[in-house]
Design a protein around this ligand. Structure first.
Ligand code: HBI
Ligand code: FE
Length: 296
């Protein structure tokens, strides 16, 4: 029996919360989950499924059903892996928390999706900065059943491993792509905007804000525009990018990114709230309630 897995979370220091990285892979200690853990899963699952009606993209809810995910209890990774293995060849691996980027990219490149084995505490139910099991399982796993999106995630991982060998700037550009698609992406389906980003679907407030608030900009997908656009991890996004289809995402990752990184190296990054003349704008946000600091 492997040693009891650790719960690796952000650490509070005199400079605020800082991420702690871990590379350890663990078996899901399903029998160690308490009634409270299952209750946290159940509360979050029911609440998010209610909010996501008419807001999440069609594939998201369909795939949760195909996995047999329910509010009853925390899903077992091995059961989800049964379904994944027969469809897109992905495999969930248990991890203790945030992985260093290169480890994370390497797992994705090999169709292994790292899922944090622990779930947030009841006092964190509305927000937790680091990716816990609810974010990973409820948010990321459903779309791994979609063949095109599953290919995109593997291609993204390969791109990440390559970017890591090129430069820190290339890695920043690529991480922005992940942020504005996999984590906070919107998709247009039958003329309506729907959510596919995991960071949104696992967040109560942002599931509503991203579609209904007047504050954010909503802009058509543009790979290089996204790679130049800064973001913050601790507020609602100031800008959301909208794809027409998962095929559009997959096609965007086909070209070699090296010439793109070279072009971007000579261009300024773009503050998260800006709108450019060249943008395909769905709407220009009012900006009310934005964090004011220039950081993003
Ligand atoms: N580690 N466990 C885990 N889960 C993530 O989603 C994750 C990570 N490490 C890095 C990371 N995401 C992001 O920096 C991606 O943009 C690469
Ligand atoms: Fe995530």
């Amino acid at each position: 029996m492997s040693a009891e897995p650790r719960r690796v979370e952000n650490k509070l220091t005199d400079k605020g919360y800082v991420p702690v990285y871990t590379t350890t892979i663990v078996d899901q200690p399903w029998d160690s989950y308490t009634k409270e853990d299952h209750a946290t899963w159940s509360t979050l699952f029911k609440r998010q499924r209610e909010i996501l009606k008419g807001r999440a993209c069609a594939e998201f809810i369909e795939n949760q059903k195909r996995f047999g995910m329910s509010a009853d209890e925390i899903p077992r990774f091995e059961e989800l892996n049964e379904v994944l293995g027969k469809t897109t060849g992905w495999k969930l691996i248990g991890v203790e928390g945030l992985l260093p980027e290169l480890d994370f990219f390497d797992h994705l490149a090999n169709r292994r999706f790292p899922v944090t084995w622990w779930i947030r505490r009841p006092d964190q139910i509305d927000y937790i900065a680091e990716p816990d099991m609810f974010h990973d399982l409820f948010g990321h796993v459903p779309l791994l059943l979609n063949p095109v999106f599953a290919d995109y995630m593997a291609a993204y991982g390969r791109g990440g491993v390559k970017a890591h060998g090129i430069s820190a700037e290339a890695l920043v550009n690529l991480t922005r792509l992940y942020w504005y698609t996999v984590e906070f992406g919107l998709i247009r389906q039958n003329g309506e905007l729907r959510i596919y980003g995991s960071g949104i679907v696992s967040s109560k407030g942002e599931s509503i804000h991203c579609l209904e608030s007047a504050a954010p900009n909503r802009i058509g997908f543009d790979l290089e525009r996204i790679m130049r656009t800064r973001y913050r991890i601790d507020t609602f996004q100031k800008t959301y990018f909208v794809i027409d289809s998962f095929e559009q995402l997959m096609d965007a990752t086909r070209p070699d990114f090296v010439p793109i990184y070279e072009r971007l190296a000579n261009q300024e990054s773009i503050p998260a709230g800006n709108v450019l003349e060249s943008d395909a704008v769905f709407n220009r946000g009012t900006g009310e309630g934005w964090a004011t600091d220039a950081d993003a």
